[in-house]
Write a protein that binds this ligand. Structure first.
Ligand code: N01
Length: 558
């Protein structure tokens, strides 16, 4: 088959394709739709789950809910489609978002071009014809001209290597790979390990009816109220009527998200003042308004709480005062107060996490002071010798973020080099979109892009658009391969690190830095310069004919 001429209408009949997309979460669905329906390429998506949804398919643990407002958490794929779906709450549940992804799959007729229940084992580049061969764990293979990795920034669960884990005789779950069957905690003794976003959400469900609920906390995170509520009458219609204008406005903001539908005093605008430019009483008033309204307005109320240590400390102090008000036992309250700078770990929004520690069935266990020694057949043993016997262990221990989904596949680029080896000392990419030595392989939500630091759906769509334009350009000009110039890639990585170093994000341990995974190289994994600057950088490079990338034509075509 003449691969360069294989652009065809509709789905591929065989396994030779223009594009293979790995993953059918929001990024994969957007890529499949755009490339197939807007650009008429032959495309196949490969998905490990039995349905689309990505993170929302796997993270079906009780209490799972989005932290981006539902009216902003949708693909802008077409003016008609965005009007047809209705949300019920300010922050949607996992179940509702999964229903939304299924709606997209049905509405856009995507399922016929997705191979479900199929996990990719390897992707190998062939220099002789600039193609990729993708092979599944089941042994099927696909050959394509362009490869799109949409396997998710937070999709590879991290199960710490606790000694004795296999000996545990009770039930064991990880929030990021939750079973489809309903799991009951009623009357059970449950230990949860981890108190990040997933842990905080599931804790509020476990504590409802567990006989005993041990919350094993290594580090206290910063938690602010979500202010979740049903969408009030007219709210949804107003946003839908203004979608084009609002979506444009959101894209001018650092996180590509912000909307205030109810009045507050003072109004919540993304802050344009330093926290030190206002008197303490005014600062309190602004924080109170953001706190009571809920959501991430709190961390954007001033320009510097995510930038400087002094400003971040004031935000942390405000939260500490709220914890002391809420939690009756002063010792427990002090343990729940984070000693990290506000913002170094992803700030969590929630409903009533701190309240559960006033219940008799809940105990906060400090596993920084008394670390987990091993798992035993009946529970968890701490280094002090304390044995916590339980029926169920829930690991809410997070993910091998941004690189895990890619390094667990055998991805071989030019000269057979393995991506996992190339990234041994830490990932390097250009724009988070491509990696030198891996021609024609695009990444959505990759390291050194905005990804999870912005409204991830908007960030995904921006990258999909960039990739589509890039492929169109390459095909029009007859190029069969593209990869970053290694100097341009090194410059981008340096730029990303410099930006991060000037913020609070690098002043503590988190999955942002790789610190959550034993042995993972440290380095800041995300672009913190904000969505608008990231998009501008991508657009500028494209407008200059992909400056910083090496574009080549296949030997027989030159
Ligand atoms: O994972 P995490 P997550 N022994 O890495 C602890 C998104 N998300 O799944 O902080 C004991 O944040 C670890 O302790 P420490 C969101 O972007 C969004 O909760 O490393 N404890 C930490 O407490 C989020 O940031 C939503 O000291 C161990 C916890 O496990 C990202 O996903 C919902 C341990 C892991 O926290 C990840 O969140 C859920 C060990 N060996 C997730 N190893 C929403 O939209 C780890 N821990 C709301």
């Amino acid at each position: 088959m003449d691969m360069a001429a294989s652009k065809s209408n509709g789905s591929a009949s065989g396994r030779d394709l223009d594009v293979v997309v790995i993953g059918a979460g929001f990024a994969g669905l957007a890529a499949l739709h755009q490339l197939r329906d807007r650009m008429n390429y032959s495309v196949r998506a490969i998905e490990a789950g039995s349905a689309a949804g990505g993170t929302w398919y796997w993270n079906r643990y009780p209490g799972a809910r989005c932290d981006v407002e539902s009216m902003q958490y949708s693909l802008s794929i077409s003016p008609e489609v965005e009007q047809e779906w209705s949300w019920t709450e300010r922050f949607a549940t996992q179940g509702e978002i999964l229903d939304y992804t299924q709606f997209l799959v049905d509405r856009l007729d995507l399922a016929k071009d997705i191979d479900f229940n199929t996990r990719v084992a390897s992707a190998v580049y062939d220099e002789s014809d600039d193609s990729w061969t993708v092979t599944t764990e089941g042994g099927d293979s696909y050959r394509c001209r362009w490869l799109i990795m949409a396997a998710g920034p937070l999709s590879t669960p991290n199960v710490p290597d606790f000694p004795g884990l296999d000996s545990f005789q009770g039930e064991f779950y990880h929030t990021g790979a939750w079973p489809k069957d309903q799991i009951s905690f009623a009357g059970k003794r449950v230990a949860q390990i981890g108190t990040g976003s997933s842990g905080v959400q599931i804790a509020q469900e476990i504590s409802k009816d567990a006989a005993k609920h041990f919350v094993l906390q290594r580090t206290a995170h910063h938690i602010i109220p979500a202010g979740n509520r049903p969408l009030h009458p007219g709210e949804q219609e107003e946003v839908k009527a203004r979608y084009p204008e609002l979506r444009k406005f959101w894209q001018t903001l650092l996180g590509a998200t912000f909307y205030q539908s109810l009045p507050t005093d003072p109004p919540l605008v993304p802050g344009d003042k330093s926290i030190f430019d206002v008197a303490p009483a005014e600062r309190q008033k602004i924080f109170d308004a953001a706190w009571n309204y809920g959501g991430y307005g709190f961390q954007r109320a001033f320009t510097d709480v995510l930038k400087t240590i002094d400003a971040s400390v004031l935000a942390g102090d405000y939260i500490a005062s709220k914890i002391r008000e809420k939690v009756k036992d002063p010792q427990t309250a002090e343990k729940l107060i984070s000693s990290q700078y506000f913002g170094t770990k992803r700030v969590i929004i929630d409903k009533n996490y701190y309240d559960i520690f006033n219940q008799d069935n809940v105990e906060l266990v400090d596993v920084k002071g008394d670390p987990i020694d091993k798992i035993t057949p009946t529970g968890i043993q701490l280094q002090s010798g304390r044995q916590i016997d339980v029926d169920t262990i829930v690991c809410a221990t997070g993910f091998d973020a941004l690189t895990g989904a890619l390094t667990r596949m055998d991805i071989r680029g030019r000269g057979g080099s393995l991506l996992r080896d190339v990234w041994k000392e830490g990932p390097e990419s250009h724009l988070g979109l491509m990696v030198s030595g891996f021609p024609g392989m695009f990444i959505i939500g990759g390291p050194q892009s905005c990804s999870a630091l912005a409204n991830v759906i908007t960030a995904n769509e921006q990258q999909v658009d960039w990739i589509c334009e890039c492929i169109t350009y390459l095909d029009e000009k007859g190029f069969t391969s593209i990869e970053p110039d290694s100097q341009a890639q090194a410059d981008w990585v340096e730029h990303v690190n410099e930006l991060a170093d000037a913020t609070i994000y690098t002043k503590g341990d988190s999955w942002y830095t790789g610190a959550n995974i034993d042995g993972k190289p440290r380095g800041f994994l995300l672009y913190v310069g904000g969505y608008p600057n990231y998009k501008a950088a991508c657009d500028e490079i494209a407008s200059k004919g992909y400056d910083g990338f090496r574009l080549e034509k296949a030997k027989e075509l030159t």
